[in-house]
Design a protein. Structure first.
Length: 254
């Protein structure tokens, strides 16, 4: 849990004193009624204290600490009364931030392509958010990252009061190898025949595969040049052409 609070209008420190490396720990510390929150002056010292932390909890000591269990905006008040019964009350608004990130990702569909994506959604912090997928080196304000290569990415969200979410690692994968093909063909027997055939076998990419020969097919072919488009399950494709079925030599016997 991260916390930010202001004591600008009171005596004492004006910034939180319990900040750790990346965020606050969600605990109000050094909340000393005399030295920080309320200055009694030269009159009868305050002898009773009543803290209200804004989450249905409180305290009665001069110096209190409190940890919040959920993010939100809280009004913290301190009521004091001196030995003569004179009251005093001060209030401050604090913002408790607990930034969390939810992630949706889509891996690279085609080998060595850059069509992967990561979408990050933040909750629990103070808007607006900034989003990073490189461990905090660079940020954007949309949480949408596209045209990504396969690889490992570190997602961090930072909110308006500089509190960070826990770093999360996202791995975008890709097919193990490129979509390629091999061919075999049976040439026509004689010039006027239509008995040739071409066989395409695809490997790599993501099975299953489809083969588009256009208006015709790959069997019962006359001599000529043919084109085929091969696609895999991720719509990765290539078009191969110049498959030529040749005529064999035919001899007439009398």
């Amino acid at each position: 849990m991260a916390v930010y609070y202001r004591l600008d209008q009171l005596a004492g420190s004006t910034t939180a004193t319990d900040k750790s490396t990346n965020s606050f720990d969600g605990t109000l510390t050094n909340m000393d009624a005399v030295n920080v929150w309320s200055t009694p002056g030269a009159y009868t010292p305050e002898v009773t204290y009543k803290w209200n932390f804004g989450d249905f909890t409180g305290g009665t000591s001069q110096s209190e600490s409190h940890s919040y269990t959920s993010a939100g905006t809280y009004i913290v008040s301190l009521s004091t009364k001196d030995a003569t019964g004179c009251p005093n009350i001060v209030k401050e608004t604090i913002v408790v931030s607990n930034v969390t990130a939810s992630i949706e990702s889509e891996s690279v569909k085609c080998f060595n392509a850059n069509n992967g994506s990561i979408t990050v959604t933040a909750t629990g912090g103070v808007e607006p958010y900034s989003y990073s997928i490189d461990g905090g080196t660079s940020y954007n304000t949309t949480g949408m990252f596209t045209d990504l290569n396969a690889g490992s990415y570190t997602v961090i969200v930072t909110d308006a009061i500089s509190c960070e979410s826990s770093a999360q690692n996202v791995v975008l994968t890709q097919p193990a190898s490129e979509l390629v093909f091999s061919t075999s063909q049976e040439n026509v027997v004689c010039s006027d025949d239509a008995n040739g055939s071409i066989t395409i076998t695809a490997t790599g990419g993501t099975a299953p595969y489809t083969y588009d020969w256009g208006a015709g097919g790959n069997t019962g072919l006359s001599a000529g040049t043919y084109t085929v488009t091969v696609s895999d399950a991720n719509a990765c494709s290539f078009t191969a052409s110049s498959f030529r079925t040749r005529r064999r030599h035919c001899f007439a016997h009398f």
